[in-house]
Design a protein around this ligand. Sequence first.
Ligand code: NDP
Length: 274
Amino acid sequence: MSDSYCVFGNPIAHSKSPAIHAAFAAATGQDMRYAARLAPVDGFAAAVAEFVAAGGRGANVTVPFKEEAFRLATRLTPRAQRAGAVNTLVFADGEILGDNTDGAGLVADITRNLGIELAGQRILLLGAGGASRGVIAPLLAAGPRSLTIVNRTADKAVALAAAFADIFTVDGGNFANLAGRSFDRVINATSASLGGESLPLPPGIFAPGSLAYDMMYGKGETPFLRQAREAGAAYCADGLGMLVEQAAEAFQVWRGVRPDTQPVLAELRAALAG
Ligand code: NDP
């Protein structure tokens, strides 16, 4: 019987992960199946236990279970430990290994797919929730000149900056702190685009040649990317590439094989445009 994997979330019906992993498995000749599993909001641990008992080898974890998965893991990779959240689980030898591939996915999408450097750049990260926390260490590992985090609730950005102070001097605050400053890479890790809301970004925030990156994706331009384009960002990209790259990283953790992400990304992009 082929090895079994899944993604846990709630809701989960619209997840693209089953299609992405099916494409990776077909392209690399891996004998595996991957399904979406809806876990009750108060029943994540039980859903994982049931999947493991049925022979499950690994899982992805999405909203709202990433922090619970962090607590459930019996071992953590250093990057999951840093992120305080887990999006990839490996079930082996009675242990639950927790990993986090979101940050690696973001960095791979920006540097490899878009061909845009992070090293030596002034990076602004908008938002201080789970997604923001998960990408900070991989962004710092890319060697930026500076990293600034701002959040609607400033205390959370300040706390997040302090949590990484042992590796880099990260600047944390609220949107008002941005007046008069400009950045080379502006990454939106807020969920403001979900509600169609724009962010209070002062004029001049986008330096010449800058990238605006929205972790959110969907049909058409996201509200943040529209705002960024109108404010002069030179390059605009949504988070579809991050989604595919974090999946490739998880696939490699499970199967030891790195799938080619380009065909899958092109197919998803075409489906969104259609
Ligand atoms: P959280 O709920 O943990 O955090 C949400 C963040 O957005 C908080 O910082 C919150 O600020 C801020 N926020 C929400 N609404 C507004 C608003 N109207 N104005 C300003 N700030 C706002 O969410 P996540 O961190 O898990 O996810 C954030 C986004 O990243 C989502 O859109 C998600 O879909 C996307 N994502 C994409 C991935 C990909 O692979 N492409 C992977 C992971 C996430 P406050 O603290 O003040 O409430």
